[in-house]
Ligand binder design. Structure first.
Ligand SMILES: CC(=O)N[C@H]1[C@@H](OP(=O)(O)OP(=O)(O)OC[C@H]2O[C@@H](n3ccc(=O)[nH]c3=O)[C@H](O)[C@@H]2O)O[C@H](CO)[C@H](O)[C@@H]1O
Ligand SMILES: [Mn+2]
Length: 328
């Protein structure tokens, strides 16, 4: 090859390499820039919220403007995109005394499948038999603390005694530990997502038996001698004591008040018809929950059905009360 042609060839090869280098660097810079944009403004695709269409078979808001959470009223992906970056922590309490330890395996395993996946969760489990707590594999960021409590002879005392234990737990340990708290029954199982859509300042769950009843059929305490008394003609919803929650300060106020009312009733030799559940209903009547969870969040039995319940997220399990309770 003549020298001139050879030199021209070398120059062309060099220019080619230079050009591809420039293209490589600039495309790399572009993708870095894109990564930064993606991080600041993540592209989240979700259906446009509508002011005109949505569920019409249930009411998604209370008359004091607290949302009532039903399937189809929220977008789970959108909810998570809002809450997950805040790195919140949810304390969850559960009690298993006497024969109720048999419910723990299903409760914990199903919770690890469906309850606040991707969030920080700290379970506090109160039991009279720490050795009977099954070992269940926890998700990352989920932890379990077992606390021993004395056995009691009456199931009603176990159920009511939860208010005092929770009040003390919050006051002594939790105020600076977590953001939110839920207090749950153990004779239950999760079947579907229970996530950040349930979070609120003060959260009540509508009882699965009474959601379609008129208020005068609710099983409120009707004797004026009890601190849980609610007169006829009053009441909003009938709430379950098997699940309630909120921010720590609110759950503290709730448990402290119910504990105090239970104490006064005991001094007056009266026990409300549905124990702490009656007191909880009184509390929620005069301290309105800021968010209400539909009976999807505590259904009566996975095999029972109702047209309005599109998803069962959490449900009581069938149990033989006479066999599992220490007394009748
Ligand atoms: C659906 C619903 O609203 N459930 C409530 C209802 O009946 P339940 O029949 O659901 O009450 P229950 O027998 O589940 O007792 C409540 C909870 O106390 C604990 N426990 C009870 C007995 C025992 O021997 N060991 C033990 O650990 C356990 O965490 C249990 O989940 O009424 C109770 C009080 O009247 C509570 O208010 C429950 O939350
Ligand atoms: Mn129960």
């Amino acid at each position: 090859m003549p020298l001139r042609q050879y030199c021209a060839f070398i120059v062309l090869v060099f220019l080619g390499m230079l050009l591809s280098g420039v293209i490589f660097i600039s495309s790399n810079q572009m993708s870095c820039k894109q990564a930064v944009i993606d991080r600041i403004f993540p592209l989240l695709q979700y259906n446009q919220p509508s002011v005109l269409s949505g569920r019409t078979d249930v009411v998604p808001i209370s008359s004091w403007l607290a949302p009532i959470i039903w399937d189809g009223t929220f977008d789970p992906k959108l909810i998570d995109s809002i809450y997950i970056p805040h790195n919140i922590k949810i304390v969850t309490t559960v009690f298993a005394l006497g024969k109720y330890t048999r419910f723990l395996q299903d409760f914990l395993e199903s919770a690890e499948e469906h309850y606040f996946s991707g969030y920080r969760v700290h379970y506090y489990l109160f039991t009279d038999q720490p050795e009977a707590v099954p070992s269940v594999k926890m998700n990352e960021n989920h932890t379990l603390t077992v606390r021993k409590v004395p056995s009691l002879d009456r199931w009603q005392d176990i159920s009511m005694g939860r208010m005092e234990i929770l009040e003390n737990l919050i006051a002594n340990e939790l105020i600076h530990e977590a953001d939110y708290m839920f207090c749950l029954d153990v004779d239950t199982k999760f079947y579907g997502r229970w996530g950040a859509e349930s979070l609120g300042h003060l959260v009540g769950v509508i009882h699965p038996w009474f959601f379609d009843y008129p208020r005068d059929s609710f099983s409120y305490e009707r004797r004026p001698e009890s601190q849980a008394f609610i007169p006829a003609g009053e009441g909003d919803y009938y709430y379950t004591a098997a699940a309630f929650g909120g921010v720590l300060e609110e759950v503290y106020r709730l448990t402290k008040t119910c504990h105090e009312q239970l104490r006064v009733d005991r001094e007056n030799n009266i026990e409300a018809v549905w124990h702490e559940e009656s007191h909880l209903n009184k509390y929620f009547l005069y301290n309105k929950p800021t968010k209400l969870l539909s009976p999807e969040y505590l259904w009566r039995d996975i095999n029972a059905s109702a047209g309005q319940i599109k998803v069962v997220r959490f449900s009581h399990v069938a149990k033989n009360n006479a066999e599992v309770r220490p007394n009748l």
